[in-house]
Design a protein around this ligand. Structure first.
Ligand SMILES: Cc1cc2nc3c(=O)[nH]c(=O)nc-3n(C[C@H](O)[C@H](O)[C@H](O)COP(=O)(O)OP(=O)(O)OC[C@H]3O[C@@H](n4cnc5c(N)ncnc54)[C@H](O)[C@@H]3O)c2cc1C
Length: 311
């Protein structure tokens, strides 16, 4: 979770803990981020964001959230929407994908369909250092990243458009980029990771939150914070009898800005990636990054300006 992504909220975990009484803990802080363009690189050091763990791990976000609620969680169920809808006052769909929303004919459009291929690798890592590659030879119109889980394990992945054909070649190119010793422990592939929007977020007695509700931000495909935020807003809609579609207006604006940014950055050439990465070595840009003074709207304006030196 990069601080810059959720602005004007400058620290998602402080905000959730202090403003929303949802005390979650990240796994590690991100203290250093290394950006690699095709030829240039840049390092930013400071309070950049957090690494979180997902899934079955004791400290995963879902396990922490599970411990905060009093209701009993029923695992391994196959809930039927029609019967939930008929038997409960309210139904919240939070299935983490577009499938249920599509089945209910409430999905409007998929803006980006992403393929993610990755691996858990063993090696020696700086636990608070994240690496990110912007390079069409590794991740066309996307990015590749290395995210440590500690000193010895890290996740390495390429997230790019689903239609990309030469995945094996891209993966081999990325492995060649790694100038340290490592061993691949296991690999994974996620197909058709759909980023898009529903027709509405509220219909009948039903609410769509998280990825099922289109609250995943297209730029990097991040949605941990926005998904939790949509859950907070659905609570407000239900308990205060407010319109959920209106409450989620800011999140929808964030989505549109994030989509614009994805299109701008995805449309850049490798030469422009190098210029962009090089700019991150500039003292003023570094300062704005660390002081969280660049928000997505400003970044879009700057990158779309006909006078920008990136062109
Ligand atoms: C490889 C990868 C890396 C990512 N990295 C980041 C990152 O660094 N930062 C970030 O912000 N975001 C990241 N994301 C995106 C982030 O994971 C999602 O945006 C976020 O988890 C969406 O939250 P959600 O609650 O909608 O869905 P999820 O977190 O996916 O939760 C959905 C839950 O619903 C359950 N479920 C599914 N169907 C049913 C059903 N029919 N009945 C009952 N339960 C069901 C699932 O088992 C799951 O537990 C990443 C995604 C991927 C795939």
């Amino acid at each position: 979770m990069l601080h810059l992504i959720n602005l004007p909220i400058t620290d998602a975990f402080y905000y959730l803990s202090l403003n929303q009484e949802i005390p979650l803990q990240p796994t590690l802080p991100i203290r250093k981020i290394k950006f690699y363009g095709p030829n240039e690189n840049a390092t930013i050091i400071g309070d950049i964001g957090y690494i979180t763990i997902r899934g079955n791990h004791e400290r995963s976000l879902e396990n922490q959230l599970g411990k905060l609620i009093k209701s009993k969680i029923k695992h391994n169920q196959r809930p039927d929407y029609q019967s939930l809808k008929d038997n409960f006052d309210k139904v919240i769909i939070a299935t983490g994908d577009a499938r249920t929303t599509k089945k209910l004919d409430q999905w409007q459009h998929t803006d980006v369909s992403v393929k993610i291929i990755g691996a858990t690798i063993e090696g020696k890592f700086e636990p608070t250092t994240v690496k990110m590659w912007l390079n069409h030879n590794l991740a066309p119109q996307g990015y590749a990243y290395l995210l440590p889980f500690g000193h010895k394990l890290a996740s390495l992945a390429i997230a790019t458009l689903h239609d990309t054909v030469n995945f094996k070649e891209l993966w081999n190119n990325l492995l060649e980029e790694l100038n340290f010793e490592f061993k691949i422990k296991d690999t994974f592939q996620i197909d058709h990771y759909e980023i898009g929007r529903p027709k509405t977020n509220e219909f009948n007695n039903t609410y769509l939150i998280g990825q099922a509700g289109g609250f995943i931000m297209p730029f990097l495909g991040f949605g941990q914070f926005s998904s939790i935020e949509s859950g907070i807003l659905v609570k407000k809609a239900i308990t205060e009898d407010k319109n959920y579609d209106i409450l989620t207006k800011n999140l929808k604006n964030d989505y549109q800005n994030s989509y614009k940014l994805r299109k701008i950055i995805g449309g850049m050439s490798n030469k422009q990636y190098d210029k962009l990465v090089k700019s991150l070595n500039n003292k003023t840009v570094k300062k704005m990054f660390l002081q969280r003074k660049i928000n997505i709207t400003k970044l879009i304006g700057w990158l779309s300006s006909p006078f920008t030196w990136l062109t």
